[in-house]
Design a protein around this ligand. Sequence first.
Ligand code: HEC
Length: 112
Amino acid sequence: MNFKKYMSFRAIAITFFSCLCFNVSVTAQTKSAQDLYQRSLAATCANCHGTDGKGQENASMPKIDQLTSEQLLTQLKAFKSGARTGTIMPQLAKGYTDEQMQTIADYLGKKQ
Ligand code: HEC
């Protein structure tokens, strides 16, 4: 390979690898931003239901870590629509969009 060919090959290789690295870091950032969004939404439930819905010592709030994502979403929707009554949850559920409730249910739901 002569010098000119070597230089153009080198330029192509550098461009290729920097694009690759850029893509990897953008994907990683997007993934962690999404993860942070999910965790932040789920954290709004932790005051009463404990971290990850595991409940709190001597608290009268129900534990919700045994519910699947589907069961969680069904209950949240029922609270929001008024189909299920309660002291706190009906009011609280009205503050979340359907998309947010889906995100919370996906995150907190029991993984089989
Ligand atoms: C201020 C306290 C409080 C917060 C915050 C809270 N909850 Fe609740 N949750 C309750 C109470 C109290 C009940 C029992 C029903 C009622 O009286 O509203 C309940 C019931 C539930 C139930 C029904 C459990 C069952 O066994 O059927 C689910 C599901 C639930 N909450 C999910 C959530 C999710 C998801 C969040 C976060 C978006 C959340 N809760 C935030 C207090 C809270």
